[in-house]
Design a protein around this ligand. Structure first.
Ligand code: PGA
Ligand code: ZN
Length: 348
């Protein structure tokens, strides 16, 4: 496929930050755009973004190198990597190219949808810092049920007159709550639901440590229980709980085949977060997914804290046959955009 032109414009993210919107025009007349997201609690090993102005400059500078060549996704991505661009510059081009051929968007409805990790409460860098756990999610098999559970939680907070803000990803973030009150509220409203937590490597033990959390609540998933350098703690934790719950790498593994390989060798994860912008290209992201699949890791495709109205990540997740997805709470337009896309694709 030959690229005829690439345009890049300034856009605003969900946090009001500048990001880029990149459009690829093919010689055959097709075109697609991507608006790239960013992390709020980004891992230190992620592909590094450059400023919006710099990303625009990079795109303008290299675009002539990409025109009139018959690219495949792989050859384009190899070229992008060789140009040493910012992660945002590179992913925007790579993902816009991928989107043009995306079967979910253009063709038949998918057969199988991932399970949803519905975000109910949010803390850490995403909300009220009294909640040291960044994300409290519940697992849902259907979109309808997920939406109705989110609303049920909202109604409970309204009925109890609990003042709350909305976090970066659309979860509730009540000012008077701490980790324990969130967990006991979830347990009260949804006694049998399975709970997923992202501690983003910065869990501070309050009254409960991980063992007590897992014993007292129906925790089936823990993301980044320790920082991305604490291999020994990860390893001890995996030995203790690896048979019982999903132990998920995000900042630890940053959608990098090298980091995922290291985590596999050290035997510390049985599931992995996939965020294409942590990697920087679509082919690199698929390489990470392939490695994860070959090693029987569960795959969770995720949005970002500082996301955009773009919904392409939904098509990507369905195409990649993710086991789970994280698209936030049912609040804030950029999160709703993802749920709307799931509806359009036929998920109920
Ligand atoms: P981020 O956080 O996108 O703000 O980095 C989300 C997560 O840690 O899962
Ligand atoms: Zn995370």
């Amino acid at each position: 496929m030959k690229i005829k032109d690439i345009q890049v414009l300034k856009n605003l993210s969900s946090q009001g930050n500048e990001t880029i919107k990149t459009t690829i025009f093919l010689e055959d007349g097709r075109q697609e755009s991507i608006v790239v997201p960013a992390g709020i609690s980004a891992g230190k090993y992620e592909a590094k973004n450059v400023s919006c102005d710099e990303a625009i400059k990079q795109t303008e500078t290299i675009k002539n190198d990409l025109l009139n060549i018959d690219w495949t996704q792989e050859s384009l991505d190899t070229k992008l990597v060789s140009l040493n661009l910012g992660g945002n510059t590179s992913l925007a081009i790579s993902a816009a190219f991928w989107k043009i051929n995306n079967v979910e968007r253009n063709n038949a409805k998918p057969q199988k949808f991932p399970k949803l990790l519905m975000l109910l409460f949010e803390g850490g860098k995403h909300g009220n810092p009294n909640l040291t756990i960044q994300e409290f999610m519940i697992v849902e098999e259907s979109l309808e049920k997920a939406i109705s559970d989110f609303k049920k939680m909202k109604q409970y907070l309204v009925d109890q007159k609990i003042e709350t803000t909305v976090g970066a990803e659309g979860g509730f973030s009540p000012l008077s709550f701490n980790n324990n009150s969130v967990l006991s509220t979830i347990k009260t409203i949804f006694p049998d639901v399975r709970i997923a937590l992202d501690t983003a490597g910065s869990f501070r033990q309050e009254t409960l440590g991980y063992k007590e959390l897992i014993d007292n609540y129906n925790i089936f998933y823990l993301e980044d229980p320790f920082s991305d350098e604490d291999w020994e703690k990860w390893s001890d934790f995996y030995n203790q709980f690896g048979q019982k719950i999903l132990i998920v790498g995000d900042d630890l593994t940053v959608t990098s085949p090298t980091r995922i390989q290291k985590a596999l060798e050290k035997k510390v994860i049985n599931a992995v977060i996939i965020k294409p912008n942590q990697n920087g290209t679509i082919s690199g992201t698929f390489e990470a997914i392939k490695l994860a699949r070959e090693n029987e890791l569960k795959i969770i495709v995720s949005h970002r804290g500082d996301d955009t109205d773009d919904d392409w990540i939904v098509d990507f997740a369905v195409h990649a046959q993710a086991d789970y997805v994280k698209f936030g709470g049912v609040d804030r337009g950029e999160r709703i955009a993802k749920y709307n896309r799931l509806l359009e694709l036929g998920m109920h």
